[in-house]
Design a protein around this ligand. Structure first.
Ligand SMILES: C[S@@+](CC[C@H](N)C(=O)[O-])C[C@H]1O[C@@H](n2cnc3c(N)ncnc32)[C@H](O)[C@@H]1O
Length: 312
């Protein structure tokens, strides 16, 4: 753990990711989600000579932690920004490999003041980039009942979505949402105790996931971002993506499949007339899941999946 920032460094699927990137020592790489820089450090250790690593994060605290962890590496360029904007942030650069380790870091989850955790009472913020956008409290206080229902359903498969949204509107009419416990209370009032299942974890887990994804706009721009990132690869370069839940994994899987087989001709057409050619191949052996040992050491790795696409 870093002395100054309190960052835990337990990079998920670490060896598997470095292998998937097929690193070349003089390559140019992009870590689109540098976080505590565990993966970035692994990449930098494999590079030498005329090489570079560009590392983005939308969270300034993550960039501070990364800067503390990587002072010895002059090849690293740390940039505050969203990988959805990578094309504008890094114009004209062609990469040998790009990594996305999606979602929130352990540090963000464990820092009570950030509002990601349903275990601590804290201001309901949940923004990865605290310099812009609505906080989770603002979002819950201003979003329509229908849109809250939709987010709970789309971003967390919450089967009590409509009821939770209704209770949120009732509660906010009395007093605006301010803290994490306000959201925990809304879920507690909405989901009958008799139907709660122990194997599904904390009842507020799904609502917190959905609100976090909505506030940080994690899912809707992902498809376009993956297409941009593939465009930024050199031929033969690889895009590796680690996901942590089925909704995000489905977007990555479908985007990679579409780039592998973009043809939109009718299935019974004798020849392709749409002219859309494959952009990537999908190397064998993916998705990769963590080993039992890794899950024992780091239970948060449990739901991780690594996928990889190689530009043709
Ligand atoms: C799971 S952590 C990455 C951990 C990192 N691989 C390591 O080894 O420490 C995810 C990080 O990605 C950042 N992040 C999530 N979505 C992002 C986005 N769209 N653009 C830039 N950073 C993002 C988060 O702020 C967080 O720091």
């Amino acid at each position: 753990m870093s002395e100054h920032t309190g960052f835990h460094h337990v990079p998920v699927l670490f060896e598997e990711t470095l292998t998937a990137l097929a690193l070349t020592p003089q390559g140019i790489y992009l870590d689109g989600t540098v976080g505590g820089a565990g993966h970035s450090e692994g990449i930098l250790k494999a590079l030498h000579g005329d090489c570079a690593l560009y590392a983005l994060d939308r969270d300034q605290n993550a960039l501070r932690a990364a800067a503390e962890r990587l002072p010895a590496y002059h090849q690293v360029n740390l940039i505050h920004g969203n990988f959805h904007d990578a094309k504008e942030l890094l114009p004209g650069i062609q990469f040998d490999g790009i990594l996305l380790d999606l979602g929130v870091s352990s540090h963000q989850l464990d820092t009570a003041g950030r509002g990601f955790s349903y275990h601590e009472d804290a201001p309901l913020d949940m923004r990865m980039d605290q310099s812009q956008g609505l906080t989770a409290a603002d979002w819950l206080n201003t979003t329509s009942e229908l849109d809250i229902t939709q987010a709970l359903y789309d971003f967390a498969d919450e089967r009590w979505a409509a009821r939770i949204a209704k209770i949120i509107l009732e509660m906010r009419a009395e007093k605006p949402f301010e803290t994490t416990l306000d959201l925990v209370r809304a879920v507690d009032r909405a989901i009958p105790k008799a139907v709660r299942r122990k194997d599904e974890g904390h009842p507020a887990r799904r609502a917190f996931q959905a609100v976090r994804i909505a506030v940080n706009e994690e899912i809707n721009p992902l498809n376009a971002a993956l297409a941009d990132l593939v465009e930024m690869l050199k031929p033969g370069g690889r895009l590796c993506v680690i996901t942590f839940h089925s909704i995000e994994d489905r977007v990555v899987k479908q985007a990679f499949n579409r780039m592998k087989n973009p043809c939109v001709c009718p299935v019974d057409a004798p020849i392709c007339t749409c002219g859309k050619l494959p952009i990537v191949s999908l190397p064998k052996g993916f998705p990769v899941a963590p080993s039992d040992d890794e899950i024992n050491d780091n239970p948060r790795a449990r739901s991780a999946k690594l996928r990889c696409a190689q530009k043709l």
